[in-house]
Design a protein around this ligand. Structure first.
Ligand code: FAD
Length: 317
């Protein structure tokens, strides 16, 4: 079922969902299952699976360094199919512009369609670690809005190059990213909202936000989005802080602010176990306020370990 249908069927009740990252190449999928298992009692209607950008590795060969490209956490679509099959739950693969040609994206979408996966999150992806700015690969998209258009075209039976007789079109529900504190590269929040509207106009059905720690930022963003003519569901993304280093890491990587109260509480912690507890309590407060405001879904960034998300879900759902 589509994410938007789940929201509609919930009749105003806030749903629970979460995002997982594929295991590192060579690692078992069992660890992922062990972290999903405890969350299934909260009936997530859908689970997101991220896609990692490719990266360069250097292999020494006879005194010379050979540069190879690799993806350290492959398998997004396979994991989506495996989880869908194992738990009978909808899954949402993250589909990236970065590192994929339009043709490769078309094949990936065809795979999803055959597997009965009918939700996708359309994202640009970040720059590769050695790049300052994002660069589309040869024959790839530069912006997520172009990827949304490609998916939407496929939904209308229009493939990239082939004129084919179509009697079984895909019907993907398309999610896109939104940034309550603006995307790092956007010159202003207003411009970023205009770009978000372009994604919705191209066919996006819902938005999932970047993490935020001050609900006011989310509420203002939703208001501004409505004023900009964006009328699709905007799902808040919640990340429980887990380690002290997040105080520097999250603002640096995601360009977000942390509220002073949260910073003070974390700074007072002597161990990361205490920090994890502060993160849980903050996320519970955030979640309860958002739930009371009637958000359609509370979407948690689990980053692989689910004990904190379970503690939050127990308090909220
Ligand atoms: P876009 O919507 O293309 O926007 C990127 C920037 O370009 C913005 O600053 C925007 O304002 C600007 N822009 C857009 N269109 C135009 C235009 N026509 N002209 C000029 N400027 C324009 N990354 C991963 O690698 N894997 C994941 O699985 C993943 N999952 C994510 C899930 C969520 C919910 C979120 C919020 C982010 C996720 N990301 C993921 C990170 C995301 O890929 C980055 O934030 C990326 O830098 C931007 O992606 P986007 O889809 O928002 O890009």
């Amino acid at each position: 079922m589509k994410v938007t249908e789940h929201i509609k069927n919930a009749n105003g009740k806030t749903l629970f969902s979460f995002e997982i990252i594929p295991p590192k190449k060579g690692k078992s999928i069992q660890d992922l299952y062990d972290n999903i298992d405890p969350l299934m009692e909260f009936n997530p209607p859908f689970i997101d699976v991220t896609t990692s950008r490719e990266e360069y590795i250097y292999i020494e060969k006879q005194g010379l360094l050979d540069r190879k490209i690799t993806r350290m956490r492959p398998g997004t679509v396979g994991i989506c199919a495996a989880i869908k099959h194992k738990y009978d739950v909808d899954t949402v693969p993250h589909v990236l512009c970065g590192g994929f040609s339009k043709e490769e994206t078309e094949y990936l979408l065809v795979d999803c369609h055959y597997l009965g996966i009918n939700n996708v999150m359309a994202l640009r992806g970040d720059a590769m670690s050695h790049q300052k700015y994002f660069e589309a690969c040869d024959g790839g998209h530069q912006y997520a809005s172009q990827l949304v258009s490609q998916i939407q075209n496929l939904n209308c039976g229009t493939y990239l190059h082939d004129v084919v007789e179509v009697d079984d079109t895909s019907n993907f529900c398309i999610g896109v990213a939104g940034y309550p504190e603006k995307h790092i590269e956007a010159p202003s929040l207003q411009t970023d909202l205009m770009r978000l509207k372009e994604k919705v106009d191209a066919g996006a059905d819902y938005v999932v936000t970047q993490m935020f720690f001050d609900n006011k930022k989310y509420f203002e963003f939703v208001d501004a989005a409505k004023k900009a003519g964006i009328h699709v569901p905007i799902i808040p993304g919640i990340k429980p802080i887990a380690i002290k280093k997040h105080l520097q890491l999250l603002p640096q990587v995601f360009k977000i602010d942390l509220p002073q109260d949260l910073i003070t509480n974390i700074e007072q912690c002597e161990t990361n176990k205490q920090v994890r507890q502060v993160g849980i309590e903050w996320a519970i407060q955030q979640s309860k306020e958002l739930q009371a405001a009637g958000v359609p879904v509370l979407h948690y960034y689990s980053m692989g370990k689910s004990d904190n998300v379970k503690a939050i879900a127990e308090a909220v759902f």
